[in-house]
Design a protein around this ligand. Sequence first.
Ligand code: ARG
Length: 467
Amino acid sequence: MTALKLVDAPSHKLWGGRFAGDTAPALDAVNRSIGVDFRLWPFDVRLSKAWAIALWSAGVVSVEESLALEHGLDAVANRLRAGEQPVASDEDVHTLIDRLLHDEVGDVASKLHTGRSRNDQVATATRLWSMDACATLDTAVRDLQRVMLAHAESLAAANVLMPAYTHMQRAQPVSAAHWMLSHFWPLDRDRARLGAAGRAAAVLPLGSGAVAGCAFPISRVLLQGSLGFAQLSPNSIDAVSDRDFVAELLFTLSMLAIHLSRLAEDLIIYGTSEFGFVQFGDSFTTGSSMMPQKRNPDALELARGSGGRLLGDLTSLLATLKGLPSGYNKDLQDDKRALFDAVDTMLLVLPGVAGALAECTFRADRMKSALASSMMATDLADYLVGKGATFREAHGAVGALVRQSEEAGVELHALPLKAFKAAHARFGADVFDALSAVASVERRETEGGTGTAAVRAQIAAAKVALS
Ligand code: ARG
């Protein structure tokens, strides 16, 4: 949100009766969380409406009072939706809503806080916010996966091959679609984790009061149903201080950020002039203020960089939680800084990466010319195994051939047949077929391999994962 209006309004504290003096401005400044938690207002209004009904069904307020509270909360929501901003004296979002509710309905507003505390309130609102965020994040991840799938399908249709790398050294030829999908499945796991994080959040703390539960006979089951929670928290002391769900979501987002960072790194490397496998588009790259030729993959670099930021959010929350005594402690107010930062960052990064990837053009010619025949050394050893040699013996013979080709400064396939025969008696004239990248790829048809049919099956599985 934007900076708070510094006009001061009469203070509307939710506490203060036991104090003779005013709070110090320095305490107000450090204590005030409205700048962070303002965005919880739709969820706080929702849970407050459910609470107004719960108070009526518990016989705490009359039906007229309950209706007045509900309508008042709707009016508050309308004002906030229309852009009403907090004032400097609003300590947090709960105080703000309480102040506006008094403004709308007068004294009856004072009945709403019966039996509840900001401790169970903020835990409930943060959980509702997180459940909503998990759904939004899931959509954004799927959007990126769709871009990957579209690329994989067209790369597979064109039978594009490229080197796969281990230790960043050319290893074996693979289908480019297979490489693209190697970034799809980590995101599939991230989506499963997002689902789990959403379920972890869907446990209702409301009704736990400040720490010991609620003295009025409110129906927590009714609250659970009306607010869309899957379960009730089983212990009020735990409920007001449990932020596991935040940690789980932050871990999920850190993992997602790591996956995006690895994808970004691949694309950045493949986009260098040295590799030239990938050409970036115009709308997700930037130029240089000095070097007119530059086209920089900023969206990808920012995605890579944001990994550090998200790891920081996770670490900061875990450090806050560690060593807290049981029950609510004000340290917990900081959970939302980390949570909101991580989710906001991800919701900026995901469309940036999806856009940058969608704009990438894959250069089949450059990928093909990077396929050296030494990358088929394993196929050559497999060829000897097919002719009855043991793999160990074959590995040694092929190793010697690779050394010879390196010494002669030629590709493996450029060595004469007699060199092959000298390395191992079982080499025949068909050895050169074993040195074909196409044949190498086509031979790998086990599930999850790079063979044409295996990749076709993988694409079908990816479609199912997105459906
Ligand atoms: N702003 C607080 C938070 O985010 C709300 C809970 C305050 N509870 C209290 N007892 N002061 O955690």
